[in-house]
Design a binder for this molecule. Structure first.
Ligand code: AMP
Ligand code: GLY
Length: 416
């Protein structure tokens, strides 16, 4: 089968890497792809994954048997709707289902309507009412969430009146918001695959969202991840399944929103139990870079079962080891950073020890590999447990060299 992957991140490189091991996949294309994905198939750097027409033309031109959507933007932009209209099999949500991620108001109403535990929240679309509410909760730590997609910049946690009001004011220029209670606990990301009817849960993962060691500094898209998560024991896994995952899929069915694709459960484990923070309609990044390599079942077979509605007949198996991924970022990230930095040639480590995934890198015959974003690579190490996986990742991380490259030194440490 010929597969077309949409996206250019390390998550999409991990998808391409896993598809490249499938006995069912003969050709991998990506749009736009990156320099790492170029080593596994054909990249189409000029095709914008958010441009439905262009993606349909490419899919038909290369005879794609399946399109796998990596990031959220093409789903929210309607690329999946365009592919479905053209009769191209696609794994990813259409625009209506993508609201689970693209609208915080929509997902909060969904949690409430389907009895799914989540933080108490109130919606606002104008400043005056919002200001009165903030004053009524004075001194309490609150969380404000911008309704629409904001690339990780749409959430503020604060107890400072002036800061809360200023954030609200900036959101009301073009959007609505939620104010919710601040939950304490620890976070885990759970992923489930769905074929439109049946679903299958995957191993638990945890991201590291803060920029610096000891969870200090600003929020980022994610600086590292682990899989599986030792703290998600059998009892917690069962609560997550029965209180969050099962009601989500029955709610999606009832509302006609179930889709062929990935559902990401962003969860806070509180003293009262697991609560939903958010849904995403895709794999996480960097969670995918640790989760996907632990899937033992042929991923071509899994994707085909998702596309054909036969996931219930498939048993998904995992490698019995741990994975730990460390993101290598550009100087200045998550604020301003330079792009097009020259990357020294990378010697890939032995695959049983570690894999290096590229993000948004470009490749040219004259200039070699250059960086293209803030989070430039993920180095995923493997081991019998998390500590061994951390040793493997950090042993090989020096293979990634470009000016100003930096990374967190403590990924996973609080878990082992
Ligand atoms: P979200 O995009 O909704 O997942 O929010 C981004 C991040 O903000 C989460 O991963 C949490 O770290 C934090 N966060 C969101 N909602 C809450 C909440 N109600 N209480 C505490 N932290 C939260
Ligand atoms: N790592 C968090 C996300 O992908 O949204």
């Amino acid at each position: 089968m010929t597969v077309l992957i949409l996206g250019s991140g390390a998550r999409e490189h991990a998808l391409a890497w896993l598809f490249s091991k499938s006995s069912r996949v003969s050709k991998i294309h990506s749009a736009p792809g990156n320099a790492g994905m170029a080593g596994l198939g054909s990249c189409h750097p000029d095709v914008d994954p958010n441009a439905g027409k262009a993606v349909v033309a490419l899919a038909l031109n290369i005879g794609a048997d399946l399109v796998f959507v990596g990031p959220e933007a093409p789903a929210a932009a309607g690329t999946v709707d365009a592919l479905q209209a053209a009769g191209v099999p696609v794994i990813g949500p259409n625009r209506a289902s993508a609201r689970l991620e693209s609208s915080k108001l929509f997902s909060k109403r969904f949690f409430v309507d389907h009895g799914i535990p989540t933080a108490e929240a109130v919606e606002f679309d104008s400043f005056d009412r919002f200001e009165r509410y903030i004053d009524s909760r004075s001194g309490k730590k609150l969380v404000i969430k911008k309704n629409g997609l904001a690339a990780g910049k749409g959430v503020l946690e604060s107890s400072d009146r002036a800061e809360l009001l200023a954030f609200g004011k900036s959101v009301f220029k073009n959007d609505a918001l939620l104010v919710e209670e601040f939950l304490t606990g620890w976070e885990t990301s759970i992923f489930a695959l769905c074929d439109g009817v049946n679903y299958r849960g995957l191993l638990p993962t945890t991201d590291h969202k803060k920029a610096h060691d000891d969870d200090k500094g600003p929020n980022t898209g994610g600086m590292g991840a682990i899989c599986p998560v030792p703290r998600v024991d059998e009892a917690l896994a069962q609560r997550i399944e029965s209180e969050l995952v099962a009601p989500t899929f029955s709610g999606l069915q009832k509302e006609g929103l179930a889709y062929k694709g990935v559902v990401y459960f962003g969860i806070m484990v509180t003293a009262e139990g697991p609560k939903m923070l958010e849904y995403n309609v895709r794999f996480g990044d960097p969670e995918a870079q640790v989760l996907l390599p632990l899937i033992k079942t042929d991923f071509g077979e899994i994707a085909q079962a998702m596309s054909e509605g036969t996931l219930d007949k498939l048993d998904i198996r995992f490698h019995d080891k741990s994975a730990l991924g460390v993101v290598v970022a550009a100087e200045g990230y998550p604020e301003g950073y330079e792009k097009n930095l020259p990357v020294e040639p990378i010697d890939q480590p032995p695959e049983d020890e570690a894999v290096i995934f590229h993000a948004s890198t470009t490749l040219s015959a004259s200039a070699g590999v250059k960086t293209g974003g803030g989070r430039c690579f993920t180095v995923t190490g493997f081991g019998k447990d998390l500590k061994a996986a951390a040793e493997a990742a950090y042993k090989h991380i020096n293979r990634v060299r470009f000016p100003g490259a930096w990374y967190r030194k403590d990924i996973g440490r609080k878990f082992y």
